[in-house]
Design a protein around this ligand. Structure first.
Ligand SMILES: [Zn+2]
Length: 303
């Protein structure tokens, strides 16, 4: 059978320049600690890429990794520093983590997946048994990594959308790449200035490449698009249009119903969903009721 240290070396997929010296298990602290050591080999300067030699090793550091079974798992190591003839002494990167992170890349990847499935940072932080700030840092690093990989490619169809939070008292506006199903950028509030700022995050050639912008009917969005993307078509999606139409029909119905009620006519009482439901989704009895209402020459029927 493989030695435990060799086994962990393979599990961590460490290169041959690193060895696993010990794997400590503590039942009391419910933790597994993996002691990794840089055993040498060629090193290159992290700044200029020139070959250098190992100068020394920084004091021991700890990285939280994915759990081993139900045990929290920590990698412990001293990172080597490289002596470069051009740049001086520089700390090398470790294969399992990003610089200045206390978590391995695999742990961060898992945390990001969890964040995407949780409604807020607190919920993910609780499941990871991490503090809010540590979880937020992981999210910020992931965003930074994603943005550094982003190329300024052509984007044909974009969407501008608002989201409210704090019980509808505050808004953010998002810029979305519709074909790529991704959020490109976010700004606070939904004013004209904010929307212009958002559209200017696209490069000039990207702005040229935009063919359509999908919006709700918020005026500031349309004005900003006409100003920043004069060649693009403005599109209102079916969801937004049907919402506005339904609201308008309902407004007419409420007004008319109140007027009829005053003269003792209860024709429109309890008819709200007759007007809002899709004709194809109606049962026979609902359809009969709707058709009867439509024969009555009501203002709601005209609407
Ligand atoms: Zn260098």
């Amino acid at each position: 059978m493989q030695k435990l240290t060799t086994h962990y070396h393979s599990l961590l997929r460490l290169p041959l320049t690193w060895s696993v010296d010990a794997v400590d298990f503590s039942a009391d602290s419910k933790r597994i600690e993996i002691h990794a050591r840089f055993i040498g080999g060629a090193v290159v300067c992290p700044e200029c890429g020139l070959a250098g030699k190992v100068y020394d090793r920084v004091p021991e550091q700890r990285w939280r990794h994915l759990d081993t079974m139900q045990y929290e798992t920590i990698i412990i190591a001293r990172i080597p520093r490289c002596q470069c003839i051009k740049c001086g002494v520089k700390t090398l990167a470790v294969p399992w983590a990003e610089r200045h992170s206390r978590f391995t890349l695999m742990f961060e990847g898992f945390a990001v997946d969890l964040l995407q499935h949780c409604s807020n940072t607190n919920a993910a932080a609780d499941m990871l048994e991490l503090g809010w700030h540590a979880t937020d840092e992981i999210m910020n690093r992931a965003v930074k990594r994603g943005l550094s990989r982003r190329a300024p490619e052509e984007i044909c169809n974009i969407g501008i959308d608002e989201k409210s939070f704090r019980k509808g008292h505050k808004y953010i506006t998002t810029l979305n790449d519709i074909n790529g199903s991704r959020v490109l950028d976010v700004v606070e509030s939904r004013t004209l200035e904010a929307t212009e700022t958002l559209l200017q995050t696209l490069t000039e050639s990207q702005r040229e490449s935009v063919k359509s912008v999908s919006l709700d009917m918020w005026q500031a969005f349309a004005t900003a698009v006409k100003k920043c993307l004069p060649k693009a078509d403005i599109v209102h999606d079916r969801f937004h249009i049907s919402k506005y139409l339904n609201d308008a029909v309902d407004k007419v119905r409420r007004h008319e119903s109140a007027q009829l009620y005053k003269i003792g006519d209860k024709t429109l009482v309890g008819s709200r969903f007759c007007w809002l439901r899709n004709l194809e989704n109606m049962k026979d009895t609902q359809r009969a009721k709707f058709e009867l209402l439509m024969e009555g020459e009501l203002k709601t029927g005209v609407a």
